[in-house]
Design a protein around this ligand. Structure first.
Ligand SMILES: Nc1ncnc2c1ncn2[C@@H]1O[C@H](COP(=O)(O)OP(=O)(O)OP(=O)(O)O)[C@@H](O)[C@H]1O
Length: 450
């Protein structure tokens, strides 16, 4: 028998798990576990969802057993149970009575969700596994798993798809819940209309009585003060009432320009998770799934060919499949990799031809820091310009074949030693500053996928 209390034993296991697991895995899975009892060498744990139970059982129980064994020299059995729903997830009586009044409305909410964007249709690979798991947890336990959930990643990588999938699962569990999907742009437009038409009260009522708010492309609110102000109060009202908020963006909160600090910090309250471009296997799986969902029969070699040629954006990947299918059907030819090549010649050619120029880098970096390219070429040395300029020089050195003098020339005729120092400095800072490192990675990805 292990001679130690439940709490101390679990604290010890948690400590060790922290060292063994990556931070996201630890935060997502271990943090939600509650130790319940320790009897007869059986440690019973409670987790919030069936999904978490399965995942922990499959991935972490062996590790936990080993950790206990190593520390206390005793074998222990681990049982994992799903916690019964907490009272606050049961709808309060008062709102139950409102359900019938609301029942006429869910269709309006549901209708904003694309029926094709479900979890079943979403292919999971290493690039999106974490975002998928977090979305599923949120969908199963709105406002109890992570709040807000912040999903970010490049264009066309499945953020919207995951948000809609969350909406579908929530509504499947309780059709009376108000699930609202809205892009930040539409939120802004609706706000402008409400201000103009003197309809702020209905606007606020609408947004502050939602159960699950899915807001897409939040980076759009950067620099829009009135929208941020209104969204801040919406966020506070919903979060304070234990309602779920899911936010998507093309970049992490810290990289959104001109975002109020109070919003940025709130976006970081819950869980932030990224979606990366999928690897070849995942791209092939996505194409196969798409073909299967659309009842198309596509030979494996064709799927492989398309997946190997289009490698950054899933929307383009799907577009390529449709293009190949259409080409095959119009020309009445069998689908082969050669035919796929013919159909995609222009697209593939474009990607091959694509050259990264210093100008492109300057544009992207300038856009990110809200500067003008000309400012990179000017003499100005203020930090607000000098730092982004150094980053742009560094990226130019990394992504192009241009020599140091050539880069100097493109940055307003600067000396090659200036460029060299800039590159060395950014490289050094990058290894010490994770935020800067992330910014550079985001910029490089954006430039490469241009
Ligand atoms: N893992 C996946 N499995 C299956 N389909 C996917 C996956 N990821 C993305 N897709 C599909 O790719 C297309 C683009 O995805 P989506 O619109 O969700 O991207 P996004 O990240 O929101 O892009 P944007 O930044 O342009 O808003 C959709 O048709 C979606 O169904």
């Amino acid at each position: 028998m292990i001679n130690i209390g439940l709490e101390s034993l679990w604290a010890d296991v948690v400590d060790r798990l922290k060292n063994e697991l990556s931070t996201p895995s630890f935060e997502t899975w271990v943090r939600s576990v509650v130790p319940k009892s320790l009897d007869d060498n059986v440690l019973t744990l409670e987790v919030p969802t069936e999904f978490t139970r399965e995942l922990i059982a499959a991935r972490y129980t062996d590790l936990m057993r080993d950790l206990v064994h190593n520390t206390f020299g005793q074998a222990l059995d681990i049982r994992i149970m799903v916690a019964p729903p907490k009272p606050e997830t049961v709808m309060p009586k008062e709102s139950r009575s409102k359900v019938s009044a609301r029942e006429s409305q869910p269709s309006e909410y549901a209708s904003r969700l694309n029926p094709k964007y479900t979890f079943e249709a979403f292919v999971v690979g290493s690039s999106n596994r974490f975002a998928h798991a977090a979305s599923l947890a949120v969908a199963e336990m709105p406002a109890r798993a992570y709040n807000p959930l912040f999903l970010y990643g490049g264009v066309g990588l499945g953020k919207t798809h995951l948000m809609h999938a969350i909406g579908h699962v929530v509504l499947k569990q309780d059709a009376a819940l108000r699930v609202l999907y809205v892009s930040a742009e539409n939120f802004t437009n609706e706000l402008i209309n409400a201000i103009q038409d003197n309809k702020m009260v209905p606007f606020r009522n609408r947004y502050r009585t939602i159960d699950v708010l899915l807001i897409d492309d939040i980076q759009f609110v950067g620099g829009k003060e009135r929208t941020q102000e209104e969204f801040f109060h919406t966020f506070e009202a919903l979060h304070g009432a234990h309602k779920q908020i899911v936010i998507s963006s093309d970049r992490p909160p810290k990289d959104i320009q001109y975002l109020e600090e109070r919003l940025r910090s709130r976006f970081e309250w819950g869980l932030i998770t990224d979606i990366q471009p999928p690897d070849l296997e995942t791209r092939m799986a996505i194409l196969s799934k798409k073909a299967q969902l659309e009842n198309l029969s596509v030979p494996d070699e064709v799927i492989q060919f398309i997946a190997s040629k289009i490698d950054t954006n899933i929307r383009e990947l799907e577009g390529a499949l449709i293009r190949v299918m259409a080409y095959g059907s119009i020309t009445r030819q069998t689908l082969t990799p050669d035919l796929a090549y013919e159909a995609l010649k222009d697209v593939i050619h474009e990607t091959r031809k694509k050259v990264i120029t210093i100008r492109l880098i300057q544009e992207e970096v300038a856009r990110h820091f809200d500067l003008r390219v000309e400012e990179f070429k000017a003499k100005k040395r203020t930090k607000a310009v000098a730092h982004p300029r150094q980053i742009a020089m560094y990226i130019a050195r990394e992504l192009t074949d241009a020599s140091l003098p050539k880069i100097g020339e493109e940055f307003g005729g600067r000396d090659h030693t200036t460029v060299m120092h800039a590159c060395e400095k950014v490289l050094r800072d990058r290894t010490q500053d994770p935020q800067l490192n992330q910014t550079i990675q985001t910029l490089i990805k954006r430039i490469e996928s241009h």
